[in-house]
Write a protein that binds this ligand. Sequence first.
Ligand code: 1HE
Length: 275
Amino acid sequence: MQRDERGPDTAAEAGLPDLPPSLSAARDGDIAVLRLSRPDKRNALNDPTVLSLETFFTGLPDGVRAVVLAGEGRHFCAGLDLGELQERDVAEGLRHSRMWHSVFEAIEFGRVPVVAVLHGAVVGGGLELACACHVRVAERSAYYGLPEGQRGIFVGGGGSVRVPKLIGASRMMDMMLTGRVHDAAEGQRLGLSHYLVEDGQGLATGLELARKIASNAPMTNFAVMQAIPRIAEASGGNGYLTEALMAAVAQNEGEAKRRLRDFLEKRAGKVEKDG
Ligand code: 1HE
């Protein structure tokens, strides 16, 4: 039977890690689609869900070359599960936040690029999760907020590092101090999303982008994910050296040599405008 007739493989069929009911995964060729699957709680992130994100991203089988992350129901993610926010002492609070950091680092610096498909609420820890992904597609319904201020807490999932990289520290301060919510159009203008699409189109766009990503040479994707964020934080001198090392490694791959030959022998596609 053709894959298209049968639909994507389920997680178990595809060798994807076991997940709790709050997450579901399926595989379509070299793409894995992971969904936050707790719509009755607006995909709020409890500890088992966050820890299982790490299990998923560190346990991806070799053939998966890109991941699409989406949310079920009307919202991408309502952030930290406030029902679980028991009174923690300082040490427990530190450990909890550092646990989120390590999980989101496993996404940002994991094996493969991740395309987040955003709709409805993308708030608090949900925005932090989206910012740990590599490409963000927003549907028109998406909106972004950091309600930690109203809840009397602070970001703890890496938001104070990642959000300012996208929109600047001063805009993040405004969101947290005043509770300002940005709609999808404003989020696109500010740089919270890379693509803005109509409602219901996010997953198809996310999959299309993931397929493009998966068709790149794996070493190029590795270099993009691992080197660009580090170079962005490095001094110019360290950045140039890291870039040169990464460029030399990538161009030495058989895959790079094959692709260059394909271009020179007129078998490769040209650079063309989208649309
Ligand atoms: C939740 C959560 C949650 C919903 N934790 N249970 N995040 C927030 O402060 C956002 C809080 N949530 C909301 O503002 C709204 O729920 C939404 C705008 C996201 C969605 O509104 P709506 O009208 O679709 O749903 P609802 O009726 O508010 O919620 C449906 C159920 O989900 C309800 O439970 P029910 O048992 O009464 O049905 C809600 O209690 C539940 N729910 N959001 C727990 N977040 C590492 S630090 C990160 C820090 C943060 O993320 S702080 C921001 C937390």
